[in-house]
Write a protein that binds this ligand. Structure first.
Ligand SMILES: CC(C)(COP(=O)(O)OP(=O)(O)OC[C@H]1O[C@@H](n2cnc3c(N)ncnc32)[C@H](O)[C@@H]1OP(=O)(O)O)[C@@H](O)C(=O)NCCC(=O)NCCS
Length: 155
Protein backbone atom coordinates (compact mmCIF):
# COMPACT_ATOMS: atom_id res chain seq x y z
CA UNK A 1 0.00 0.00 0.00
CA UNK A 2 1.27 3.48 -0.92
CA UNK A 3 1.14 5.99 1.91
CA UNK A 4 1.27 9.74 1.61
CA UNK A 5 4.78 11.27 1.64
CA UNK A 6 5.84 12.97 4.82
CA UNK A 7 7.13 16.54 4.41
CA UNK A 8 10.15 17.14 6.65
CA UNK A 9 11.30 20.60 7.68
CA UNK A 10 13.81 22.15 10.04
CA UNK A 11 12.12 23.52 13.15
CA UNK A 12 12.94 27.20 13.44
CA UNK A 13 11.37 27.83 16.87
CA UNK A 14 12.50 25.32 19.51
CA UNK A 15 9.47 26.41 21.54
CA UNK A 16 7.31 24.50 19.03
CA UNK A 17 9.19 21.20 19.41
CA UNK A 18 6.85 18.15 19.64
CA UNK A 19 8.02 17.23 23.13
CA UNK A 20 5.74 14.23 23.74
CA UNK A 21 6.98 12.65 20.53
CA UNK A 22 10.61 13.40 21.40
CA UNK A 23 10.10 11.72 24.81
CA UNK A 24 8.95 8.54 22.98
CA UNK A 25 12.53 8.07 21.82
CA UNK A 26 14.19 9.33 25.01
CA UNK A 27 12.20 9.78 28.22
CA UNK A 28 14.88 11.96 29.81
CA UNK A 29 13.58 15.54 30.02
CA UNK A 30 17.14 16.83 30.60
CA UNK A 31 18.57 14.98 27.59
CA UNK A 32 15.82 16.18 25.23
CA UNK A 33 16.22 19.80 26.40
CA UNK A 34 19.97 19.54 25.83
CA UNK A 35 19.54 18.03 22.34
CA UNK A 36 17.14 20.81 21.35
CA UNK A 37 19.58 23.48 22.57
CA UNK A 38 22.65 22.03 20.87
CA UNK A 39 21.13 20.33 17.82
CA UNK A 40 18.82 20.91 14.89
CA UNK A 41 15.32 19.49 15.19
CA UNK A 42 13.48 18.31 12.07
CA UNK A 43 9.72 17.74 12.10
CA UNK A 44 7.84 15.51 9.66
CA UNK A 45 4.21 16.29 8.85
CA UNK A 46 1.51 14.33 7.06
CA UNK A 47 -1.51 16.44 6.06
CA UNK A 48 -0.27 19.23 8.36
CA UNK A 49 -0.25 16.85 11.34
CA UNK A 50 3.03 16.19 13.19
CA UNK A 51 3.91 12.56 12.42
CA UNK A 52 7.64 12.29 13.07
CA UNK A 53 10.72 13.97 14.44
CA UNK A 54 14.49 13.68 14.72
CA UNK A 55 17.40 15.77 15.96
CA UNK A 56 20.87 16.13 14.40
CA UNK A 57 23.40 16.76 17.15
CA UNK A 58 27.00 17.83 16.35
CA UNK A 59 29.34 15.84 18.62
CA UNK A 60 32.96 15.83 17.45
CA UNK A 61 34.65 17.58 14.51
CA UNK A 62 33.02 16.38 11.25
CA UNK A 63 30.71 14.07 13.22
CA UNK A 64 27.02 14.37 13.91
CA UNK A 65 24.72 12.09 15.90
CA UNK A 66 21.16 11.23 14.95
CA UNK A 67 19.09 11.31 18.14
CA UNK A 68 15.43 11.16 19.11
CA UNK A 69 14.05 9.57 15.93
CA UNK A 70 10.36 9.00 16.59
CA UNK A 71 7.16 8.42 14.62
CA UNK A 72 3.70 8.98 16.15
CA UNK A 73 2.18 5.63 17.05
CA UNK A 74 -0.70 5.86 14.59
CA UNK A 75 1.71 6.62 11.71
CA UNK A 76 4.16 3.79 12.46
CA UNK A 77 4.82 0.95 10.01
CA UNK A 78 4.27 3.13 6.92
CA UNK A 79 7.89 3.83 6.01
CA UNK A 80 8.05 7.23 7.74
CA UNK A 81 10.80 6.11 10.15
CA UNK A 82 12.91 5.12 7.17
CA UNK A 83 12.10 8.41 5.43
CA UNK A 84 13.26 10.36 8.53
CA UNK A 85 16.53 8.41 8.84
CA UNK A 86 17.29 8.78 5.09
CA UNK A 87 16.52 12.51 5.36
CA UNK A 88 18.88 12.83 8.34
CA UNK A 89 21.72 11.13 6.44
CA UNK A 90 21.19 13.47 3.46
CA UNK A 91 21.07 16.57 5.68
CA UNK A 92 24.27 15.51 7.46
CA UNK A 93 26.05 14.97 4.12
CA UNK A 94 24.83 18.35 2.78
CA UNK A 95 26.12 20.08 5.93
CA UNK A 96 29.61 18.69 5.26
CA UNK A 97 29.82 16.13 8.06
CA UNK A 98 32.01 13.09 7.36
CA UNK A 99 30.35 10.67 9.77
CA UNK A 100 26.86 10.19 11.14
CA UNK A 101 26.37 8.08 14.27
CA UNK A 102 23.36 6.66 16.06
CA UNK A 103 22.81 4.60 19.20
CA UNK A 104 19.98 2.30 20.24
CA UNK A 105 19.19 -0.24 22.95
CA UNK A 106 20.20 -3.88 22.59
CA UNK A 107 16.50 -4.87 22.64
CA UNK A 108 15.41 -2.43 19.91
CA UNK A 109 15.08 -5.01 17.14
CA UNK A 110 13.08 -2.76 14.82
CA UNK A 111 15.45 0.16 15.38
CA UNK A 112 18.51 -2.02 14.69
CA UNK A 113 16.88 -3.24 11.44
CA UNK A 114 15.88 0.29 10.43
CA UNK A 115 19.32 1.83 10.92
CA UNK A 116 21.14 -1.00 9.13
CA UNK A 117 18.68 -0.80 6.20
CA UNK A 118 19.57 2.90 5.98
CA UNK A 119 23.31 2.22 5.65
CA UNK A 120 24.55 2.25 9.27
CA UNK A 121 26.95 -0.41 10.54
CA UNK A 122 27.49 -1.50 14.12
CA UNK A 123 30.76 -0.23 15.58
CA UNK A 124 30.66 -1.08 19.28
CA UNK A 125 28.56 -1.61 22.39
CA UNK A 126 28.43 0.77 25.33
CA UNK A 127 28.02 -1.92 27.99
CA UNK A 128 25.38 -1.24 30.69
CA UNK A 129 24.75 2.28 29.36
CA UNK A 130 21.06 2.21 30.34
CA UNK A 131 21.71 0.78 33.82
CA UNK A 132 24.24 3.53 34.42
CA UNK A 133 22.25 6.46 33.04
CA UNK A 134 18.56 5.73 33.72
CA UNK A 135 16.95 5.58 37.17
CA UNK A 136 14.86 2.42 36.58
CA UNK A 137 15.33 -0.69 34.40
CA UNK A 138 13.86 -0.42 30.89
CA UNK A 139 12.16 -3.45 29.28
CA UNK A 140 11.31 -3.86 25.59
CA UNK A 141 10.45 -6.99 23.59
CA UNK A 142 10.63 -9.00 26.81
CA UNK A 143 14.28 -8.12 27.40
CA UNK A 144 16.05 -5.66 29.61
CA UNK A 145 17.47 -2.79 27.59
CA UNK A 146 20.94 -2.72 29.18
CA UNK A 147 23.45 -1.87 26.48
CA UNK A 148 23.66 0.89 23.90
CA UNK A 149 24.51 -0.48 20.45
CA UNK A 150 26.47 2.14 18.54
CA UNK A 151 26.22 2.38 14.75
CA UNK A 152 27.86 4.71 12.27
CA UNK A 153 27.98 5.59 8.59
CA UNK A 154 30.62 7.40 6.52
CA UNK A 155 29.12 10.18 4.43
C1 LIG B 1 11.55 3.16 15.54
C2 LIG B 1 10.49 3.98 14.78
C3 LIG B 1 11.03 5.40 14.57
C4 LIG B 1 10.21 3.31 13.43
O1 LIG B 1 9.29 4.11 12.70
P1 LIG B 1 8.31 3.48 11.61
O2 LIG B 1 7.74 4.62 10.84
O3 LIG B 1 7.34 2.56 12.24
O4 LIG B 1 9.34 2.63 10.71
P2 LIG B 1 9.17 2.24 9.18
O5 LIG B 1 7.73 1.99 8.86
O6 LIG B 1 9.90 3.21 8.34
O7 LIG B 1 9.93 0.83 9.16
C5 LIG B 1 11.34 0.76 9.07
C6 LIG B 1 11.80 -0.65 9.27
O8 LIG B 1 11.45 -1.04 10.60
C7 LIG B 1 11.03 -2.40 10.60
N1 LIG B 1 9.62 -2.48 10.99
C8 LIG B 1 8.64 -1.57 10.83
N2 LIG B 1 7.48 -2.00 11.38
C9 LIG B 1 7.77 -3.20 11.91
C10 LIG B 1 7.02 -4.16 12.65
N3 LIG B 1 5.73 -3.96 12.94
N4 LIG B 1 7.65 -5.27 13.09
C11 LIG B 1 8.96 -5.47 12.79
N5 LIG B 1 9.73 -4.60 12.11
C12 LIG B 1 9.13 -3.51 11.67
C13 LIG B 1 11.25 -2.93 9.24
O9 LIG B 1 12.56 -3.44 9.18
C14 LIG B 1 11.13 -1.68 8.38
O10 LIG B 1 11.83 -1.79 7.19
P3 LIG B 1 11.06 -2.27 5.82
O11 LIG B 1 10.06 -1.20 5.53
O12 LIG B 1 12.16 -2.34 4.81
O13 LIG B 1 10.44 -3.59 6.13
C15 LIG B 1 9.14 4.02 15.56
O14 LIG B 1 8.75 2.68 15.87
C16 LIG B 1 9.18 4.79 16.87
O15 LIG B 1 8.97 6.00 16.87
N6 LIG B 1 9.43 4.12 18.00
C17 LIG B 1 9.46 4.77 19.31
C18 LIG B 1 10.67 5.68 19.47
C19 LIG B 1 11.99 4.96 19.24
O16 LIG B 1 12.19 3.85 19.67
N7 LIG B 1 12.92 5.68 18.55
C20 LIG B 1 14.25 5.14 18.26
C21 LIG B 1 15.21 5.54 19.32
S1 LIG B 1 16.77 4.71 19.05
Amino acid sequence: MEYQQMSIELLTDAGNAPLDLLYNADPSVEAVADYLKRGECFVGKVDDEVAGVYVLLPTRPFTVELVNVAVEWKFQGRGYGKQLVEHAVKQARERGYKTIEVGTGNCGMMQLALYQKCGFSMTHIDVDFFRRHYPAPIFENGMECRHMVRLSQDL
